[in-house]
Design a protein around this ligand. Structure first.
Ligand SMILES: C[S@@+](CC[C@H](N)C(=O)[O-])C[C@H]1O[C@@H](n2cnc3c(N)ncnc32)[C@H](O)[C@@H]1O
Length: 227
C-alpha cells in the first residue's frame, strides 16, 4: 500500500480517539503548542492543511475572530469530527474542505497565511506540500509549521526517547485499540528531518526569512517562513 493510502486509513481508524490521545500523550501540552503556532499567523484568509479534527483551526479562530479559516484534510473521518467540533463550539469562521496537501485545489496567492500542525511529517513528499503552501499564499504571507522534534539536551533526549518509544505506543494502543498508529508516531518523528535540514527544505520550497522556536525542551518546533 502506498504511504498516502496507509496514512489516510490509519487516521480514519483512530479518528474517534485522536483528540483524547493527543491531550493525554502530550501531557496536556498540545493546546499550548497549537496556540503558540496560531499566534505566529497574520489575520485574514488562512489555510490549515492536514487539519484533522481542526484543533489548530480552532486556535487560529480564537487568536483572530476576524480571520476566515479553511480547514483542509484528505481524511473524511477526521474532517467529519472537525465539522462537528465547529458546530458544537458554534464557530462561524471555519470551513472544512477535503483536500490533498500535496495537490491543493486553491489558486495561487489566495491566502494571507497557511499553517500545518503535526501533519507535514505524514505527507509523502514534504517539499511538495511546503511548495503548495507557499504557492497558495500571497506575497508577504506567512507559512507556519508545528511539528515534533528531538530535544538537544542528551539527558532529556534519552528520557524523551524512553517515553516516546516505550510508554506512548502502549497507552496509544490501549486507548485506540490499534497497535500500528502509535508505533508509527515515534518512528516517523525519528525519521523526520533535523531542524537545520527542515529549514533548508523550506528555503527550497520558496520561503525566506525562516525562523524557528523550540518549545517544551525542543520536543516540538514551530517554523515560520515568508513568501
Ligand atoms: C497528526 S494529524 C494532525 C491533525 C491536526 N493538524 C492537529 O494539530 O491535531 C495529521 C493529519 O494529516 C492528514 N494528512 C496526512 N497526509 C495528508 C495529505 N497528503 N493531505 C491532506 N491531509 C493529510 C491526516 O489525515 C491527519 O488528519
Amino acid at each position: 500500500m502506498q504511504k498516502k493510502e496507509y496514512i489516510k486509513k490509519m487516521f480514519a481508524g483512530i479518528s474517534y480517539r485522536y483528540d483524547l490521545l493527543n491531550y493525554l500523550l502530550s501531557l496536556g501540552q498540545d493546546r499550548y503548542w497549537r496556540r503558540f503556532a496560531a499566534d505566529k499567523l497574520p489575520s485574514g484568509l488562512i489555510l490549515d492543511i492536514c487539519s484533522g479534527t481542526g484543533d489548530v483551526a480552532v486556535e487560529v479562530s480564537k487568536v483572530s475572530n476576524k480571520s476566515q479559516i479553511i480547514a483542509a484534510d484528505f481524511c473524511e473521518e477526521m474532517l467529519k469530527l472537525c465539522a462537528q467540533k465547529i458546530k458544537d463550539k458554534n464557530i462561524k469562521n471555519i470551513y472544512c474542505i477535503q483536500n490533498d496537501a500535496e495537490n491543493l485545489s486553491f489558486k495561487d496567492e489566495t491566502f494571507n497565511g497557511a499553517i500545518v500542525a503535526f501533519g507535514i511529517r505524514n505527507v509523502s513528499d514534504i517539499k511538495k506540500a511546503l511548495t503548495e503552501m507557499n504557492r497558495v499564499i500571497k506575497i508577504g504571507g506567512e507559512v507556519v509549521v508545528l511539528e515534533f522534534s528531538q530535544p538537544e539536551n542528551p539527558i532529556l533526549r534519552s528520557i524523551y526517547y524512553f517515553y516516546f518509544k516505550k510508554i506512548l505506543p502502549v497507552i496509544g494502543a490501549l486507548i485506540s485499540k490499534r497497535t500500528g498508529p502509535y508505533s508509527y508516531l515515534p518512528s516517523s518523528v525519528m525519521a523526520f528531518p533535523k531542524r537545520s535540514e527542515f529549514v533548508e527544505i523550506m528555503k527550497e520550497s520558496g520561503m525566506k526569512n525562516i525562523g524557528f522556536y523550540c518549545l517544551t525542551f525542543g520536543i516540538v518546533t514551530v517554523y515560520t517562513g515568508i513568501k
